[in-house]
Design a protein around this ligand. Structure first.
Ligand code: ATR
Length: 268
């Protein structure tokens, strides 16, 4: 039986999710259809797309920009939310559970899984995150669960302070202008790489530099000449892996040779 999946976004034409999930399905011998679904950027259209998909027998949906918060609102009102989705305030993975819409968020766990795949253990480590938007919010609970000591630096200090309040002061907020010293891991969760802007990184250094973006030259990564530099492609793969495993109850082995070959092609 063919199982149907979609990724909903706006824009959506460049999404690599169909290729990634199709490669996962091949690697475990499943026959799936995974399509890109464009949606007009308003709540009613988004809700209609979700309803049509799941009423029509769809199994799972990934949600990307700008709909992650809308998906959260729909699950909060009409369905169920995982604790990761609750703490992220956003949903990137939808499915039906006991006939109800269930929203999860695999982005932050995807980040931690990719760091672990690079042999980086976060227990007790000093981790700086730059930015205090949705990307940072989604990463905090998984980073806390991995035992990291989290320092959030943001251009607008009040947004970092608000995050610290929301997470019961388990993280430390700072203005971006205070960024200095040495960290075990520094993560760029600002949108600066996407918009081609530079970040003022002063004299800060780190053993590991991680940019959540990929596919564009990163002024952020270039700053950390002596660090282990990692871009966000592995985070994309790992958040997809966690969604796929939730939907299908299959385990994806990212060390499988044919799967690695497919993922390298997808990245290009
Ligand atoms: P996302 O959901 O991807 O996190 P967002 O909510 O728009 O996107 O947040 C973008 C983050 O990048 C914000 O923390 C923003 O800082 P402000 O809160 O001060 O706006 C940060 N950001 C974007 N461009 C930046 C730049 N050039 N320098 C520093 N921070 C930047």
């Amino acid at each position: 039986m063919m199982h149907h999946f979609i990724v909903i976004g706006n824009p959506i034409s460049h999404s690599k999710s169909p290729a990634i999930h199709t490669a996962f399905a091949q690697s475990v011998g499943l026959n799936i259809s995974y399509q890109r679904q464009f949606c007009p950027n308003d709540f009613d259209s988004f809700k209609a797309v979700i309803e049509a998909f799941f009423c029509g027998g769809g199994v799972g949906a990934n949600i990307t920009l700008p709909f992650k918060e809308m998906a959260f609102d729909i699950c909060q009102t009409h369905g169920l939310l995982s604790h990761h989705a609750r703490s992220a305030g956003a949903v990137n993975t939808l499915m039906l559970k006991d006939g109800k819409l269930f929203g999860d968020n695999t982005d932050g766990r995807g980040l931690v899984a990719d760091l672990n795949a690079h042999d980086i253990d976060l227990q007790g480590k000093k981790v700086a995150i730059l930015g205090a938007g949705g990307a940072t919010r989604g990463a905090i609970l998984p980073l806390l669960e991995s035992g990291a000591d989290i320092f959030v630096y943001n251009r607008t200090p009040d947004k970092a302070k608000q995050l610290a309040t929301d997470f019961h002061h388990q993280i430390s907020p700072y203005p971006l202008s205070d960024l200095s010293g040495h960290f075990d891991v520094i993560i760029n969760a600002t949108s600066a790489t996407t918009t081609g802007q530079t970040l003022d990184l002063g004299s800060v250094s780190s053993d590991v530099a991680y940019d959540m973006m990929y596919g564009k030259p990163s002024a952020f990564l270039n700053h950390f000449k002596n660090a282990q530099q990692i871009d966000g492609f592995g985070m994309l793969i790992n958040q997809a892996k966690l969604s796929f495993e939730l939907w299908t109850a299959k385990q994806i082995d990212l060390t499988q040779e044919n799967l690695i070959k497919s993922l390298i092609k997808i990245r290009q």
